[in-house]
Design a protein. Structure first.
Length: 292
């Protein structure tokens, strides 16, 4: 059993807009779906900490004196507390050991990250301890899930101010690792905005992993993490555009879905820029854009 099993319930740039879609094909998953209500993450450290006091002080400084409650140090190796951000409660626990391999193969996830420097990959792989963070049940709708993840991002950014913090891994089907550097860059973009801001901004890189793989012998670049929001994953099949441009497109298109401004559908014709249109082709839980 992985570390988070006890928490799980059973059972940018201008972005492209969707064209007219044909009726959905029988047998394909339909979207949107109910999001994953629980939201969870790991925050990795490059050292062992003497206790939770520095974290408690950092969170109270960031969110007010009432931001931390129910501090429990009765277990000598797993101290825990409750953090409250934007009215949502988060369970926070510190584990003075490396992330177990059955929870995440950190070295492999780091190896395949587009956004980590070599130094950051080494820091993740060499983690010495970690924080386990969980929010239970607040993500029942797309809007509520967006709010929970926004507050979660603020919480993680505050904890990344601790000496020795390496970065964050949100718990979903993928291997997303976000370095402290990149995480705090996204936190700056959140400054002065709320979770339902009029700009339609959401810190997608903190929650959606983009990785390269292959389908039917062709290269693809695609997302993992959108399904937690009740949305289809997105990808490009056999793309010709540069990787950096594809990353920008996928982040922008993911943001449109998460903020409820766009939902891409099977067989839709989607303009990517003034010269390029792509066709959506649904394969299981993923919409692939063909023609880029």
């Amino acid at each position: 059993m992985g570390l988070f099993d006890r928490f799980k319930k059973k059972a940018p740039n201008a972005a492209p807009q969707n064209g007219e879609a044909k009726p959905p094909e029988a047998g394909l998953p339909q979207w949107p779906q109910p999001p994953q209500e629980d939201t969870m993450a790991l925050l990795l450290m490059d050292r062992l900490l003497p206790g939770v006091t520095p974290a408690v002080e950092a969170l109270r400084g960031a969110f007010g004196p009432g931001a931390v409650s129910d501090i429990d140090e009765s277990h000598p190796r797993v101290p825990a507390f409750i953090a409250t951000v934007d009215g949502l409660e988060f369970w926070v626990s510190y584990l003075p050991m490396p992330v177990p391999a059955d929870t995440l193969d950190v070295a492999t996830a780091a190896k395949y990250s587009f956004l980590l420097s070599d130094e950051e990959k080494s820091a993740f792989a060499g983690n010495k301890s970690f924080w386990m963070l969980a929010q239970k049940g607040a993500g029942k709708t797309l809007a509520e899930k967006r709010r929970a993840c926004w507050a979660f991002s603020l919480l993680c950014a505050a904890l990344l101010g601790l000496e020795g913090a390496v970065g964050v891994h949100p718990i979903n089907r993928g291997g997303l690792l976000v370095s402290k550097r990149h995480y705090l860059q996204q936190r700056e973009l959140m400054e002065g905005k709320g979770w339902d801001n009029a700009e339609g901004f959401f810190p997608v890189p903190l929650w959606v992993w983009i990785y390269g793989t292959a389908q039917e012998g062709k290269d693809t670049i695609q997302t993992t993490g959108l399904k937690d929001f009740g949305l289809p994953e997105l990808g490009f099949f056999a793309p010709q555009k540069p990787v950096g441009e594809l990353l920008d497109l996928l982040y922008s298109m993911s943001c449109l879905q998460i903020t409820g401004r766009q939902l891409y559908r099977n067989m839709a014709l989607v303009p990517l820029d003034e010269k390029t249109e792509a066709v959506c082709k649904q394969e299981g839980d993923t919409l692939f854009f063909i023609g880029a």
